[in-house]
Design a binder for this molecule. Structure first.
Ligand code: NAD
Length: 733
């Protein structure tokens, strides 16, 4: 293995270069960590070496730890995975502590060798933790590079000493944005935040780091916490200022995480407890909390969904093996809310865009949406004038279908109407190249049905974006009955170009995401009808990790859209349609309480559209029941309504891969991210408990909670979803 190599120059500086072969970013594997230790030992033992610079052979420094390592350690550790994880973590601490002490005499703090880190570019997770263990950090002044400790975003926290070191460097309060929010910083901001000491031109990076190493004194390389009389910046927990910080932070974490994300609380505990004891004990405490978080099923589920599976899907886990289908020129039909957003993300990714609408004014308005977003970016100094001009220069707004000539992909986003869509399909196919792919962004109409208007149904597909397009990361790709592999590959390559996360599903009513979210909304509305307090419904949802309660979500998406979908679904389903929520929805519409857009819905709003609180007029029509259900009962109704739909989608083969079901749920509609998604949540509950719970809910509330056959069978056989349908199981089959 050559992930790290060391070369000592004539000046006596040993340069350790991190350069993992065949990868665009350095990630730390298990063996490589051992290798770092060997090289440090060599450098410390070699009298010819005066000091060390750690750098990267790539433009970026590090992407972080290979998170698969944590999963494999857990597996290998047999009956005592906690011990395996703790020992692994402590070994990491030992290695980085060796680097930090660099051979110093423990009593006098003298005689150590200076170690600088030369950070070439983006530096995340363990990369930053290695840097923090060094004595001085230099970063190349590339404004696009980011440095940080974003572990919290995948449900863990920096457990390679980053938590203890950084909080001791700047104090708990100042460390919070980096540690607790996972904020990553550009070099200039990183310098203010003390993550790096010096920002230098890329060409001088190594030279500056070496210069420092050669001039550093004994005093320069002793960390503050290894010096006598060290005090925690901003105050230790029992100092009055520190006390305020920790009380405030604790309240803030509970407010933000609602108690469902274990990592944030564990991180704060590690900082708090660590601040009361010497540094090495603090590292042990950090390792214990880290282990406890890794042992929490929520963390492994989050890592699996938000990191491992998400990345696998983005890399094309379900891409048919056909040639590269990168998009060069995309035609977008309809420059409304969705079309305008799709135009923006496409042009931003370097793709030529033809944006079509009925009237030139409408097409121009669609293009101006991009201009507005770019202006906002410029105001935040994220976008340059040059970039703005380039992106806008790629968008041609027109009414002329002839401009679609040469497009290799079409995304149709006109009105949700079969005949309007049929008409534009025909008009478009008359001018685009024979091998172009035609995609529709419909949210409710069957792809197979819409494909009937196409002369080339195998080249017809659904690419379903979520609103707002520039923010929502999920794209649902829908195969119609006749859709061919090239169309699927094209859609996947397009999604990759615009840097979003794809799932590929088969054609069925509401596809996957909307199919699951509608029962969530309906369950909330049913409860209102039953007299459950709206505040209980909304808070139960948020306390179980849903970003919006079902009533707020209805207000956001609008009541009239709900009415429209209800009517269309009823027309399509006939007698099979369950109209339990229609009465309330139709009444709200008649009352003009259309949701946020009308400044009146389940909530009340002020003139500026600020949400004030739940509307108490609702209780006049639907009085509160005297007996209110338990919180957990409300939460289970809201969650099971969604996950049972996901299980049915798997049974119906709408979903072909549970990874897509989990990732799609979190990114598409914010399904309780702490759970890892619907299938991960059911695995955490265990199939026997989940099936039992369905039986109880069915008895209490009706057939919509009927235990799916698949879940019943899995309960009987003691199976889990990932055990039976996960990638390993699939590979073994
Ligand atoms: P919208 O009403 O904002 O935009 C539709 C645009 O299409 C309008 O500008 C209209 O002038 C234009 N148009 C209509 N007929 C046309 C024609 N014959 N030729 C060219 N342009 C024509 O609607 P939207 O919200 O952007 O939705 C568009 C599509 O995206 C619909 O199929 C909708 O179901 C789907 N969708 C919407 C959302 C959402 O949240 N709004 C989410 C996912 C998918």
């Amino acid at each position: 293995m050559t992930d790290f190599t060391m070369k000592t120059d004539a000046d006596g500086v040993a340069v350790i270069t991190w350069d993992v072969a065949g990868k665009s970013m350095n990630v730390l594997s298990r063996d490589a960590f051992e290798m770092v230790e060997t090289l440090i030992d060599q450098a410390l033992a070699d009298d010819a070496v005066k000091g060390v610079v750690i750098t990267s052979g790539k433009e970026t420094f590090a992407g972080g730890m290979d998170l698969n390592v944590l999963a494999s350690i857990r597996q290998e550790s047999g009956d005592d995975p906690a011990k395996g994880l703790f020992d692994f973590t402590m070994n990491g601490h030992r290695i980085l502590r060796k680097l930090e002490r660099a051979g110093m005499d423990p009593k006098t703090n003298k005689g150590g060798k200076p170690v600088a880190c030369a950070i070439t570019g983006t530096c995340m997770g363990i990369g930053t933790e290695i840097a923090l263990a060094c004595h001085r950090r230099f970063m190349a002044d590339n404004p696009k590079a980011k440095i940080g400790l974003p572990e919290i975003l995948v449900g863990i926290f920096p457990g390679g000493g980053g938590t203890t070191r950084y909080s001791r460097m700047v104090g708990a309060m100042a460390a919070a944005p980096v540690l607790l929010e996972g904020r990553t910083l550009d070099p200039a901001k990183a310098r203010s935040a003390q993550l790096v000491d010096e920002v230098v031109p890329a060409g001088e990076l190594l030279e500056k780091a070496k210069e420092w190493v050669l001039s550093a004194t004994d005093a320069d390389i002793v960390k503050p916490w290894d010096q006598k009389g060290w005090k925690m910046p901003g105050g230790a927990p029992y100092h009055p200022a520190g006390f305020m910080t920790f009380v405030g932070a604790s309240a803030m974490i509970n407010g933000k995480t609602k108690g469902v994300y274990p990592a944030a609380k564990a991180l704060l505990s590690a900082v708090y407890e660590g601040a009361l004891v010497p540094f090495d004990t603090a590292l042990t405490i950090e390792a214990r909390w880290f282990t406890s978080v890794l042992m929490n099923p929520s963390s492994s589920a989050m890592i699996r969904s938000l990191f491992i599976n998400k990345e696998a899907l983005e890399k094309g886990a379900n891409r048919p093996s056909v040639d590269d289908q990168k998009v060069r020129k995309v035609g977008i039909l309809g420059a409304g809310m969705m079309g305008a957003g799709i135009a923006y993300v496409s042009a931003n990714a370097g793709i030529e865009v033809v944006l079509i609408d009925n009237a030139q004014e409408a097409a121009d308005r669609g293009k101006s949406y991009s201009a507005d977003l770019l202006d906002k970016g410029m105001a935040r100094k994220k976008v340059t004038q040059e970039k703005k001009d380039q992106v806008l220069g790629r968008i041609t707004a027109t009414t002329d279908y002839a401009a679609l000539d040469g497009c290799d992909l079409i995304v149709e986003a006109v009105f949700e109407d079969v005949s309007v869509k049929a008409e534009v399909t025909k008009k478009t196919e008359a001018v685009i190249p024979e091998d172009a792919i035609f995609a529709t962004n419909t949210s409710t109409l069957p792809i197979t049905e819409l494909a009937k208007a196409s002369a080339r149904p195998e080249q017809f597909i659904g690419i379903h974006f979520f609103s707002p397009v520039d923010k929502m990361m999920l794209v649902e790709i829908i195969r119609g009955e006749k859709t061919g592999d090239v169309a699927v590959a094209k859609a996947l390559d397009f999604v990759r170009q615009i840097r979003k996360t794809p799932i590929v599903v088969n054609d069925a009513r509401f596809f996957y995401a909307n199919r699951c979210i509608i029962p969530y909304i309906n369950e909330g509305i049913r409860m209102v009808k039953e007299g459950v307090a709206p505040a209980l419904i909304e808070n139960a949802a948020k306390l179980v990790g849903m970003p919006l309660g079902p009533l707020q979500l209805t207000d956001e998406t609008s009541i009239d859209l709900g009415v429209k979908i209800a009517k269309a679904t009823k027309a399509a389903m006939g007698d099979a349609y369950d109209d339990s929520v229609d009465e309330l929805l139709f009444w709200m519409e008649a009352e003009g309480r259309l949701g946020r857009k009308a400044n009146a819905g389940f909530y009340t709003y002020d003139e500026k559209g600020k949400r004030l609180g739940l509307w108490d007029g609702l209780a006049d029509k639907y009085p509160l029941a005297e007996d209110q259900p338990d919180l957990i009962e409300v939460q289970h109704r809201l969650l099971f309504a969604q996950v049972l739909e996901a299980v049915r989608a798997l049974e119906d083969e709408v979903l072909m891969d549970i990874r897509e079901g989990d990732v799609g749920a979190i990114l598409g509609w914010g399904f309780a991210p702490w759970s890892g998604g619907p299938f991960s949540w059911l695995d955490i509950l265990g199939a026997p408990y989940a099936a039992d719970r369905c039986d109880q809910l069915t008895k209490a509330y009706g057939a919509r909670f009927t235990t799916p056959d698949l879940l019943r069978e899995m309960a009987d056989k003691g199976q889990s979803f990932y055990g039976r349908f996960g990638p390993e199981a699939k590979a073994a089959a």
